[in-house]
Write a protein that binds this ligand. Structure first.
Ligand SMILES: NC(=O)c1ccc[n+]([C@@H]2O[C@H](COP(=O)([O-])OP(=O)(O)OC[C@H]3O[C@@H](n4cnc5c(N)ncnc54)[C@H](O)[C@@H]3O)[C@@H](O)[C@H]2O)c1
Length: 437
């Protein structure tokens, strides 16, 4: 029996030991799911604070309760470490590290490469490696197969390699992790089948595809689809402004069509680690093949312009009352990239605040999820949403529609609101003048 056949039996009996490299928004929930499925799971992260938090039964992610960590740890199913030597003893290793963009907006796969290098140094027959970080089609096959085969071990024969994109949606309470079908592509059929076996222990549905590149492309299609449709919603918002129509009313009415329409909403710009980033991975790859990714280019241009548009609208709003932006007190409501999360990555609020401050506005913010943020070297701290701060500002700008913010009170106390999220929908008899995106 080959070492990979043995691994299959160990997966089925839950004796296979699991490793998760990268314990962030994706890795920690996955580690917990695997532990719940009965595997011994070791999380590995270079961030000592995360490792300490897990070892102290603390959570640093909104979607994960500390009690879930505590219960898996007390059952002896979960541990965390920064020591890569642990990799030697693991049968299955999941990679969930970041895949951001470089300054020039090219893919930065260096975190993945470092994680794979740590594995390469210790690779032994009978291990399965599953990449979960979003990346361009071909990464697993073109970059990581040669790297791992430098060891003299052969993929599909000695070790297995698969790509299974993560589809988690932070703060989405409608779908638990295990309810989101898992797409799996392998370097060989053996690799794919082994990875499917692992995920079948956790996920209600597992969707095998023919290759790692196909699985990589699935993820990019999903997020490019979203980025482009948000770009369309943003452009429709700009059109509606010219036409003096309420874009929110138009979209909600269109969404009553029971087929052939899917609702996407406009906003102050794209945010998060995925939607603003992932289409650039695909566009970069296609550029290397002399194929311009035209839809991505157009949507990116529209979405990236939204923070500037918000600032232009703020200036016009103040101007109507003969106020200059320079010297005005602007209160931003919500800086996280989406509601009910603390994640600031790529949040359009950072651009909006930077642009407002550069034009002389006195900017402060309220976001119960974000204690402080640094923009252009300046530290902004969360302000309590007191009546005084609302009455004192010249304009409140809703950038993130956290549900815990009392918009009725905001509308009673603040003199003006610019609402980019339709958070003030349904409020009547407000003291504030309200203008929407
Ligand atoms: N956040 C999401 O909603 C989401 C959803 C689907 C897919 N993804 C994708 O999943 C991947 C991970 O995203 P995330 O949001 O979990 O990132 P994250 O920043 O929250 O977590 C990544 C973790 O990896 C650690 N890390 C970085 N390099 C490492 C290394 N070499 N060795 C060990 N640990 C390392 C970091 O310290 C961090 O804790 C990305 O490719 C992302 O695009 C994210």
């Amino acid at each position: 029996m080959s070492r990979l056949d043995e691994l299959k039996l160990r997966i089925e009996s839950r004796e296979a030991s699991m490793g998760v490299i990268g314990l962030g928004y994706v890795g920690l929930p996955l580690a917990l799911e695997l532990a719940r499925a009965g595997f011994d799971v070791t999380g590995i992260d270079i961030d000592a604070e995360k490792v300490q938090a897990i070892e102290a039964d603390r959570s640093y992610i909104e979607d994960v309760e500390a009690s879930e960590i505590a219960s898996m740890r007390s059952a002896g199913k979960l541990r965390a470490t920064s020591d890569f030597q642990t990799l030697m003893g693991l049968d299955v290793i999941h990679i969930c590290v970041p895949t951001p963009l470089t300054r020039s907006k090219d893919p930065d796969v260096s975190h993945m490469a470092k994680a794979v290098e740590e594995i390469r140094r210790r690779l032994r027959p009978g291990q399965l490696i599953v990449l979960g970080s979003t990346t361009y089609p071909g990464t697993t096959h073109e970059l990581f197969v040669p790297m791992l085969e430098e060891t003299g071990l052969r993929v599909g024969e000695d070790f297995a390699l698969a790509f299974a994109p993560e589809r988690i949606d932070p703060a989405n309470r409608d779908f638990a992790v295990h309810q989101i079908p898992k797409v799996v592509g392998g370097e060989t059929a053996t690799c794919r089948d082994l990875a499917c076996r692992v995920f079948e222990t956790v996920f209600d549905d597992v969707v095998p595809v023919s290759s790692t590149a196909s699985a990589e492309m699935v993820k990019l299609l999903e997020n490019t689809f979203r980025a482009i449709n948000i770009g369309l919603a943003n452009e429709i918002a700009l059109m509606c402004q010219r036409l003096k129509l309420d874009v929110w009313e138009v979209i909600e009415a269109a969404a009553t069509k029971p087929y052939g329409f899917m609702k996407f909403l406009p906003g102050p710009g794209l945010g998060g680690h995925c939607i603003p980033v992932d289409p650039s991975y695909l566009a970069w790859k296609m550029k290397s093949l002399n194929f311009p990714a035209r839809f991505i280019e157009v949507a990116t241009e529209i979405n990236c312009h939204m923070p500037e548009h918000v600032v232009e609208r703020v200036i016009a709003f103040l101007n109507r009352d003969r106020l200059a932006l320079n010297g005005s007190r602007i209160l931003i409501l919500g800086v996280a990239y989406k509601r009910e999360v603390s994640d600031l990555r790529e949040s359009p609020a950072q651009d909006v605040i930077r642009l407002l401050a550069a034009k002389g506005a006195e900017v402060s913010y309220h976001d119960p999820y974000v204690r402080e943020c640094q923009i252009d070297g300046r530290v902004y701290k969360n302000r309590d949403l007191t009546d005084e701060i609302l009455e004192d500002c010249h304009l409140a700008v809703v950038l993130t529609d956290h549900v815990c913010i009392d918009y009725a009170r905001v509308a009673q106390k603040a003199p003006r609101i610019f609402d980019t999220r339709n958070a003030t929908a349904g409020l009547s008899s407000t003291r504030a003048e309200v203008e929407k995106l």
